[in-house]
Ligand binder design. Structure first.
Ligand code: NAD
Length: 485
């Protein structure tokens, strides 16, 4: 399979927080891959801007180290790393003061796309937007990329939207949710809207329910302080799981263009029912073998009531989905790392094969990580003699296999999204009203458990989460699909 790389226009890309964890692990190695793929024009320039006192030379050495680390040394074999590093500059900057801003402004070239990636804590987003404007860098060709978390609740998200809107038009603001940059997520849209096969069945008449699982094996790690103020609901459900739900539930947009897609997603969020308290299960992981600390230890608060796991049931109240539950779950320190959406179709209305053939239903599984791909579970006759026995088998569309051993890996979510920013395509970014609508749904749920003083249920590290999450399904005569790597 031949990958087609469409070169982008020359650009200036400023990475605020260019020495931070996200920049070093994802953004810069991703840019390097785009460079290797031939997508970065000769004149493109990347400027790291952060607090540390570094020269551009120091910065290039730092980036070289990160790129080598992430790519396991492979990056340098063909000698292209130097070419990439030659495009890098560094400016020491104080987001809250005046240091460095004139130097940065002097590096910007007129008539060129300029993107400012805010890879810093959210407390600095407003300061950065204000200073970019103040120092004359907010040209028509300027755009800003804003990392999560986008607000802590509806009020703070509104405030942040208003702050950014004071300096940039909505068309210049790219709120990133890297889940939307995943190959499979875009394939979900291709499968739904590019085929006749699924769309007629994509409704409550044929779909029994939807399961969305984002399971992690890691704990809160070094992010404990932040995480304990957020929890799984704010950190994962309000953004990533909500976006996935939208893509599954939305109506076909008239066009694959940013506003058409985002209008449809917004309608889904606004159609979400409030969640009943008995349809939510919250959990906190326990320590494992004395090796890994439990959640409360990890966040250094023996009385913390923040959830590291959440499972909930909700409904999209519209014609298409009336009566079809959406079950969402996400958690840390679970049995496997796995992000998957399962569209569970209904059983055939009548079995011509009799009781003994059992009950069989089709399942469309969309795997986001690991092993991105899509599987359709279909029922066939078990091969061989012995009568008509039915068995479920997967029709597998694993992309790695389709691409073949010599095929190129699809771009990582971050690299794809950054190139979309440069191209000026906002389709895979969240609009301000979407983010606010998601908080408007989330806030009362959180307020509810806070007012009831609910304490999350403990669960074993390495498990599938608290037993109550299984009961949530069992009460509806359903079961979660296994969490498999
Ligand atoms: P980090 O703490 O590793 O890096 C912070 C960066 O900001 C550093 O480069 C630092 O020099 C710079 N900085 C801090 N204060 C500054 C100031 N006053 N002036 C100028 N620069 C300043 O953080 P990170 O993990 O890279 O995260 C960055 C952002 O990305 C955060 O909003 C975070 O929530 C988000 N994010 C991170 C990850 C991740 O995997 N690390 C994932 C998703 C979202």
């Amino acid at each position: 399979m031949v990958s087609r790389v469409i070169p982008v226009d020359p650009f200036d890309l400023v990475i605020f927080g260019g020495t931070g964890d996200l920049a070093r692990r994802k953004i810069l190695p991703g840019l390097f891959r785009r460079y290797c793929a031939g997508q970065m024009p000769e004149e493109a320039r990347i400027v790291g801007a952060a607090r540390s006192a570094l020269s551009s030379e120091d910065y290039r050495a730092l980036v070289a180290e990160s790129v080598r680390e992430v790519s396991g040394g492979r990056a340098c074999e063909d000698g292209t790393l130097d070419g990439f590093l030659a495009r890098l500059d560094y400016v020491r900057i104080d987001a809250r003061g005046s240091d460095g801003w004139e130097d940065l402004a002097a590096l910007m070239r007129p008539e060129m796309v300029r993107a400012f990636y805010f890879s810093v804590g959210p407390g600095l987003f407003g300061d950065l937007a204000e200073r970019i404007h103040l120092h004359g860098m907010a040209s028509e060709l300027a755009r800003i990329v804003v990392e999560k978390p986008f607000g802590h609740d509806l009020a703070s998200a509104r405030e942040l939207n208003a702050t950014l809107a004071a300096h940039f038009d909505e068309g210049q603001i790219y709120r990133i949710d890297h889940y939307l940059g995943k190959e499979t997520v875009q394939n979900l849209m291709a499968i739904r809207f590019g085929n006749m096969l699924f769309e007629p069945l994509w409704n409550s008449q044929y779909v029994d329910h939807i399961q969305i699982t984002v399971a992690e094996t890691v704990g809160v790690g070094g992010r404990g302080e932040y995480y304990d103020t957020a929890g799984a609901m704010r950190d994962m459900v309000q953004n990533h799981l909500m976006q996935l739900l939208c893509l599954i539930a939305m109506e076909p947009p008239a066009k694959f263009d940013p506003d058409a897609v985002r209008d449809e997603k917004l309608k889904v969020i606004r159609a979400l029912d409030p969640v009943e308290p008995h349809h939510i299960v919250r959990g906190q992981y326990l320590a494992q073998d004395g090796e890994h600390p439990g959640y409360r230890e990890a966040v250094n608060d023996p009385r913390s009531r923040t959830e590291s796991y959440i499972a909930l049931k909700t409904h999209v109240s519209n014609w298409r989905w009336a009566g079809t539950p959406f079950y969402l779950r996400t958690g840390k320190r679970l049995v496997a790392r796995s992000s998957v959406i399962n569209v569970m179709f209904k059983d055939a209305p009548h079995s011509i094969f009799g009781q003994e053939a059992g009950r069989h239903a089709n399942v469309l599984s969309i795997r986001l990580q690991p092993n991105e791909g899509i599987t359709l579970q279909v029922t066939i006759k078990e091969p061989g003699p012995g009568g008509m026995r039915l068995v479920d088998v997967p029709l597998d569309m694993t992309f790695a296999e389709a691409l073949g051993p010599d095929g190129e890996d699809p771009p990582d979510a971050y690299e794809r999204l950054i190139m979309d920013v440069i191209r000026g395509n906002q389709t895979l970014f969240m609009r301000g009203d979407e983010v606010e609508a998601a908080w408007a749904w989330t806030d009362p749920i959180i307020a509810g458990w806070q007012s009831r003083g609910e304490v999350p249920k403990p669960y074993d590290s390495g498990s599938t989460g608290p037993g109550d999450a299984d009961l949530l399904m069992k009460r509806d005569h359903r079961a979660w699909r296994g969490i498999k790597p």
